[in-house]
Structures are given as C-alpha cells and as structure tokens.
Design a binder for this molecule. Structure first.
Ligand code: G16
Ligand code: MG
Length: 219
C-alpha cells in the first residue's frame, strides 16, 4: 500500500521554471546565444552547471570557457534567479497543490521534496509550505543528478518508505526517468508525448486528485 508521495519542486509545486527560463535567457542574451522556451524544456530538472553547459552548446560559434568563467556565469544566473524568486508568495502555489498535499497528509501518508535546486528551501519558505513536507532532500549531499534515481531513493529512505510504495510527481522527462529508475510510480505533469515512461500523465496540477490516484496506484 501507498506510503509516501515525493514531489519535484520547480514546475510541480510552483512555476519557478519560468524564473529559471528568464534568468538563463538573460545570460544567453549577454553571450549572444539563441535561447528559446522550447530549448528551455531541456533544462527542466537539470542541475545549474549542466544547464549552463547545455546553453553554451547552443552557440553558433563554440567558445571554450575556463572553469572559473563557467562558475562566474552560473553564479550570475543564480543571482538573477534569486532576485526573481524573491517575489514569490503563497499565492504562487500551482493550482490544486495545497489541497492535494493536504489530502495526502490527512490520509496519514508522508510527503517529500526531491528537487535538483539548491534554492528549494528558499522557494518553499516563500510559498509558506515548509511544514507540509516531512523531508526535503539536500541536493548538495548527492553524487548523481536526475535521471539517476539517487534523489528519489534518498527521499524514500529518509521517509522510511519502500520505493515501491511511493509515488513521484515530476514535470521533467529526466525526473520521470529518475522516478522510474527508483522503482516508484511516476506521475508526470505536462503533455503525454514528453513522458513515454510515466505511469500517468496529467495536463496540469489541478488534475491531481489524491483519491483517484491512490485507486490507480493500488490497481
Ligand atoms: C530545478 C530546475 C532546473 C534547475 C535546477 C537547479 O529542478 O528544474 O531548471 O536548473 O533545479 O536549480 P538551482 O540553480 O536553483 O540549484 P527541480 O528538480 O526542482 O525541477
Ligand atoms: Mg521540475
């Protein structure tokens, strides 16, 4: 039986994906690198440094950067991002999330956050929902990024839950891969064609319904 639900943050709990997009777009513009919303899809769930490398790979004429330059660019993106998340309020919880999380907790199940973001605690604090999650995985302690299952397995272990008794909720293809590799039930938020391996795909967070999901999970 179901023990826990583990959430991605960006794009599931709140739409920080848009802020990541705006911050990266500013860096790309400075470097004269084309950067579209479509390309930004590839950065969802991807770590800061890997995102930067993907962005730089889009340059029409490739330039090589020293490690120091790479870190400076990543830091600059983060400063822009931190400024943007400073405007977040509890009203920025995505539709249906507050109720979905409340229903999970009312049923006595555990909740966790498996976000690749080093800013996860800052974002959850601004949203006013820190106390709704039993575990927030510290991404700085992990060795592997999504699609590796490490972050979801760590969340389950910290919750004392069996991975097979967990549902993971994600908006990124790499995140869904990580959930499946962890042996969990995967709920994807977005367009079905992006998530061939998800157990369920919902167009948006407002379609999350704990009672229905639990029935589907229990098969
Ligand atoms: C998020 C975003 C990614 C971002 C990553 C690292 O992951 O989806 O776009 O690059 O975190 O964020 P930061 O630069 O704040 O450490 P998730 O797993 O919550 O979707
Ligand atoms: Mg995400």
């Amino acid at each position: 039986t179901l023990q826990a639900v583990i959430f991605d943050l960006d794009g599931v709990i709140t739409d920080t994906a848009e802020y990541h997009y705006q911050a990266w777009k500013a860096i790309a513009a400075e470097l004269g690198i084309p950067f579209t919303r479509e390309f930004n899809e590839n950065l969802k769930g991807v770590s800061r440094m890997d995102s930067l490398k993907l962005l730089l790979s889009q340059a029409e004429t490739p330039v090589s950067y020293s490690d120091e330059e790479l870190h400076q660019l990543a830091d600059r993106k983060n400063k822009l991002y931190v400024e943007l998340i400073g405007t977040i309020t509890p009203a920025d919880l995505l539709p249906g999330i507050a109720e979905f999380v409340a229903d999970i907790r009312a049923a006595g199940l555990a909740t966790g956050i498996a976000s690749a973001s080093k800013n996860a605690v800052a974002v959850l604090t601004r949203l006013g929902v820190m106390d709704r999650f039993d575990v927030i995985v510290d991404v700085t302690k992990l060795k592997n990024n999504k699609p590796d299952p490490e972050i979801f397995l760590t969340a389950a272990a910290q919750l004392g839950a069996d991975p097979a008794a967990c549902i993971g909720v994600e908006d990124a293809a790499s995140g869904v891969e990580a959930i499946k590799a962890a042996g969990m039930f995967a709920v994807a938020i977005g367009q079905a064609e992006h998530f061939p391996h998800a157990d369920i795909v919902l167009p948006g967070t407002s379609q999350l319904n704990f009672r229905e999901l639990k029935l589907t999970f229990e098969g």
